[in-house]
Design a protein around this ligand. Sequence first.
Ligand code: FAD
Length: 233
Amino acid sequence: MIARVRVLDSPRVTPTVRGVKFEKPAGFVFAPVQFCGLELSTEEGPVEYPMSLACSPTKPYLEFGARVSESPWKRAFALLKPGDEAEVDGAYGHFVLDEASPAVLVAGGIGITPLKGMAEYAADRQLPIDVRLVYSSRDEEEMAYRAELEDLSRNNARFRVFHTLTRPSQDSHWTGRRGRIDADLLAEASRGLESPAYYVCGAPGLVQETYRLLMELGVGADRVHYEVFRGYG
Ligand SMILES: Cc1cc2nc3c(=O)[nH]c(=O)nc-3n(C[C@H](O)[C@H](O)[C@H](O)COP(=O)(O)OP(=O)(O)OC[C@H]3O[C@@H](n4cnc5c(N)ncnc54)[C@H](O)[C@@H]3O)c2cc1C
């Protein structure tokens, strides 16, 4: 479906991530959580980028989150304000939560977008599956949707988040895990789950490395789903 949509809200998510919520057009359906083409008017004319939806289909709006940069599309995205219009084309893709299997979601940076949507979906639908999120951020300020994820853990006893920070600032008081996602963290997040499905999302390097670690841990390739944010390194 291709539809014109109007901006409802455009919050700053982190110092480098902007969020935008759009009206949801009547009849727009998507599976948890596919991506869309999002076409914006830029200084170079209309440009479309693939963007994962950053919310559950149970929500009454369409949400996106993007790491800002100086490219024309990103500049246009960062300038969106309530009332502005864009065009969505979608939804597409096979990166979709299996509602019958326990899930381990693995996010690197802005790769959190569809995984936050999956966690919202599991909570809103009260799915009878455990959902664990492993989320690697650069530092505390760059943990996108931190409050939303905390709310989800409070409201859904079957949802847990495992944060790790790769580059916390020198004066950080962070007492949680530091360093990249490794086999120990993936094993800890998977503990007690029977044949979980894995959903990995982020830049190509993170997805490749996580896939390699999961193979080393003996996870079957058929249980690993991934969405690669091509365009990031
Ligand atoms: C399925 C899918 C879902 C995605 N979801 C998200 C998301 O939720 N959030 C997010 O931040 N990013 C997402 N991306 C990546 C996004 O589409 C961009 O590629 C990425 O954000 C980098 O864009 P940039 O303009 O900052 O890159 P820069 O490195 O600044 O780009 C430099 C130039 O490369 C070109 N370019 C880069 N990316 C694209 C592109 N995708 N299409 C056309 N030209 C491009 C442009 O000409 C741009 O001027 C997703 C990608 C895919 C494939």
